[in-house]
Ligand binder design. Structure first.
Ligand SMILES: Cc1cc2nc3c(=O)[nH]c(=O)nc-3n(C[C@H](O)[C@H](O)[C@H](O)COP(=O)(O)OP(=O)(O)OC[C@H]3O[C@@H](n4cnc5c(N)ncnc54)[C@H](O)[C@@H]3O)c2cc1C
Length: 479
């Protein structure tokens, strides 16, 4: 545990607004969103400026006190949960929540790490622009967390992951020095790209304090459609058909297994299926136009879907008739994680394989998992066009003690699913990162060269090991 004298030194830097050791204030931030990881921390440090982050890290480094950076705490891999032994303090960036500037002319927003994603969405919309990355946790996830996990979401197909949207970064390195890289340079070849190293680093080599983010024109006209299909193969063929008819206008293409839809309808109030027919798979499509042109987005989507019906790819379809209906379609997609959580204990995998291999993976891996672990049900949903789905294996019906089921079978199921992913040429983390959840699996499956490089980078930046220990980088003896 960290002694009171040490805590007082952090309190002296941050003042009463930036420091709490009240257990009631701390408790909500010591478990992860899914409630699978729990830790303890003697204090939450909440700096209000980059200077304060710098002072905090300089002190932490000097004293050898570990810190766990935290934004919205929506990590799906226990990435922002402190360790159980009380050896680390939580370093929350939530007070650093200013949008320092937003320029429609430059298509750029400079945001502090604690800005919540939906706040940036609203600010960009007010300026006639948008920030084209969205996900179910947009009301809590912060810019610092999104950068540190290289978050994806539902618009990667057209706009890429966070990596493609970050033009500059300001960060504090473990010794307290400030890296000033907010200049949004289109070209910069001064060697290693620190910005890219920090993106996806999960708080293990520095604290992101602010970022220059790329904006795009606001949507002038959009169409949102829901299509029932028989198989993931048909879904991928439908995507390719839409792309050949509509090109870059296809911004969203999400696949959902019918059981996932059923869980949303059961657990999320005010949701209803957009189509009458219950097909084995569903696809949510968004087509966006940056300018009002003829034909409209809805007419273009309807035209393409008519062809999909003729080709036998679509079994039923609906195109939202209003903005409210479009939002209702999206609400189903964005509620899937919450609905799955309400449905009961499950093991969740966020995996990618080459796009062309994904349809077969979705059906074959689910069937194989169900056979290998009798009583479980497995299915997936997500970003088919990115070759990335969230693959869930649910506990047998009637399992009342989820943690006990995970303790008994989790390791074997993890290995089974991850081996299938690797055999299909994929990655065990497409979006959510490694955190503490996948660290040992990364160590088991990654090449020695990858593990050695991760360790070397970590050691170069953070020789005292104070930054988010136990996350991402395999420990000595692992791998
Ligand atoms: C309902 C739901 C839906 C989701 N959907 C998606 C999705 O579609 N795509 C996707 O990619 N993710 C998704 N996620 C996961 C999650 O929202 C993302 O990982 C998000 O980027 C985390 O942001 P956060 O602010 O909550 O970060 P946190 O959970 O607080 O932290 C995440 C990681 O980043 C580190 N960190 C946080 N802030 C900083 C900082 N300023 N500097 C350095 N390190 C920092 C933490 O230590 C931790 O390792 C979803 C989560 C939920 C709950």
């Amino acid at each position: 545990m960290i002694d009171t004298e040490t805590l007082q030194k952090f309190r002296d830097i941050l003042g009463p607004k930036g420091f709490t050791d009240d257990p009631d204030d701390i408790a909500p931030w010591t478990s992860d969103w899914r409630g699978r990881y729990h830790g303890t921390a003697a204090a939450i440090l909440s700096p209000a400026s980059t200077q304060e982050v710098s002072q905090v890290l300089a002190l932490a480094n000097r004293l050898g006190v570990a810190v766990v950076p935290q934004g919205g705490n929506t990590s799906m891999v226990g990435g922002a949960t402190p360790p159980m032994d009380g050896s680390a303090l939580i370093l929350s960036l939530r007070r650093m929540n200013q949008i320092r500037s937003l320029s429609a002319k430059d298509n750029l927003a400079v945001c502090e790490a604690g800005v919540i994603l939906s706040t940036l969405h609203d600010a960009a919309a007010d300026a006639g622009r948008r920030f084209p990355l969205s996900l179910g946790a947009k009301g809590s996830a912060t810019i610092g967390g999104l950068i540190s996990t290289n978050a994806g979401g539902t618009q990667v197909l057209r706009h890429g992951t966070m990596r493609a949207l970050v033009d500059g970064i300001e960060a504090v390195l473990p010794d307290g020095s400030i890296y000033e890289g907010l200049d949004a340079l289109k070209k910069d070849n001064r060697g290693y790209d620190l910005k890219q190293l920090l993106i996806g680093a999960e708080g293990t080599i520095g604290i992101v304090t602010a970022a220059s983010l790329r904006l795009v024109p606001a949507i002038a006209d959009r169409a949102v459609g829901w299509v029932g299909v028989e198989t993931p193969e048909d879904a991928l063929a439908l995507l390719r058909m839409l792309e050949s008819r509509l090109g870059g206008m296809v911004e969203g293409f999400e696949i959902i297994a019918d059981d996932g839809l059923g869980h949303v309808l059961s657990h999320i109030p005010s949701t209803r299926s957009p189509i009458e027919t219950r097909t084995p798979w569903h696809v949510l499509i968004e087509v966006d136009l940056d300018e009002q042109t003829e034909p409209s987005a809805a007419e273009r989507l309807e035209g393409a879907l008519a062809e999909a019906f003729e080709a036998g790819l679509a079994k039923d379809a609906a195109v939202a008739a209003s903005e409210a209906q479009a939002e209702a379609f999206w609400k189903i997609r964005e509620s899937l994680s919450e609905a799955e959580r309400a449905q009961g204990p499950a093991l969740q995998y966020d995996v990618s394989v080459p796009v062309a291999r994904m349809p077969a993976f979705m059906t074959q891996a689910a069937a194989a998992a169900q056979q290998a672990f009798p009583g479980t049900t497995a299915s997936s949903f997500g970003h088919l066009g990115d070759g990335n789905v969230h693959f869930h294996v649910r506990a047998p019906k009637g399992t009342s003690d989820g943690p006990a089921w995970i303790a008994a079978d989790g390791g074997r199921i993890n290995a089974f699913v991850h081996d299938a992913v690797v055999a299909a040429g994929g990655s065990i983390s497409a979006e959510h990162g490694i955190g503490q959840m996948k660290r040992t699996e990364l160590a088991r499956l990654a090449s020695p060269a990858r593990i050695a490089t991760l360790r070397a980078i970590k050691a170069a930046f953070d020789p005292r090991g104070i930054m988010n220990p136990g996350k991402l980088v395999p420990l000595d003896g692992e791998g």
